[in-house]
Design a protein. Structure first.
Length: 262
């Protein structure tokens, strides 16, 4: 009798372990598919992931090979590239209406700030997210996608206690210079207590908040370089009106040297 009970217990443990592994694999695939399917609807860009892993026991997870493409009209291959995102959540909240994420750490992201000196790719992505979440400044896009704000509010919400982005780089690409780019350091971004209230924060609202911070930090980091380029462009315009046909070549060389110095 004892042997029978022992075997039943062993069999039950094996079944539970196999079920947990199967659920984990299913959850990983579901998360990856969800991000790659829903993400592009929110950002209006391509989003690709290499893999997603999440432990149901510890709540620890990793997202590898995240690539966020650019909106239409921009030429650089991507807006954001991240090798690894580490996260920790409270496993018991996976079945609740609000999932509690204890921490998200993004290390070494590569941000491309593409501009034609009038608009830039990051601001466009933020505008697309604002249209979905009901933010201001994107009424046209909002009118084109009337069903998405309701979709963004449906389903589970999030609470993110700590969100950290460190050791990032900004590649400043100016289309007026044929896409020539320079690389700058991205200041650390640290957000806390997002969605702490009872309602939480939707994934779209979280993405918008984080991308707004990235766009602001990238803009500030690249503002000096872009300002110098704009001054050069204004100088070219004035001098060409004065009849100096060699000015464009001189300023172009000067801006090229500026990028090399950075």
């Amino acid at each position: 009798m004892k042997k029978l009970i022992f075997r039943l217990l062993i069999g039950l443990i094996v079944v539970i372990v196999l079920a947990a592994l199967a659920l984990g694999l299913f959850l990983d695939r579901a998360l990856k598919t969800g991000i790659e399917t829903v993400g592009p609807k929110l950002t209006q860009t391509d989003i690709k992931l290499e893999s997603v892993s999440l432990s149901l026991l510890s709540g620890a997870g990793k997202i590898k090979g995240l690539v966020v493409g650019n909106p239409k009209g921009f030429k650089t291959p991507s807006a954001i590239k991240v090798g690894t995102v580490s996260l920790t959540l409270a496993p018991r909240t996976l079945l609740s209406d609000k999932i509690v994420v204890k921490s998200i750490i993004v290390e070494g992201p590569e941000i491309t700030f593409e501009t034609d000196l009038r608009a830039n790719n990051l601001s466009k992505i933020v505008a697309n997210l604002q249209a979905v979440t009901g933010g201001g400044g994107a009424e046209t896009a909002k009118a084109q996608q009337p069903a998405q704000p309701q979709e963004a509010k449906a389903g589970k919400t999030l609470e993110v206690d700590d969100f950290l982005i460190t050791d990032g780089k900004v590649h400043v690409s100016v289309t007026a210079l044929g896409g020539e780019a320079t690389t700058l350091s991205l200041p650390a971004i640290h957000l806390q207590n997002l969605g702490k209230d009872a309602n939480g924060i939707t994934p779209a609202e979280l993405a918008k908040r984080v991308l707004e911070e990235i766009a602001n930090a990238a803009t500030q980091a690249s503002s000096g370089t872009v300002a110098d380029i704009q001054k050069g462009a204004l100088y070219v315009t004035k001098e060409l009106k004065g009849g100096d046909t060699n000015v464009a070549e001189k300023v172009s060389k000067g801006l090229g040297n500026l990028f090399k110095k950075n």
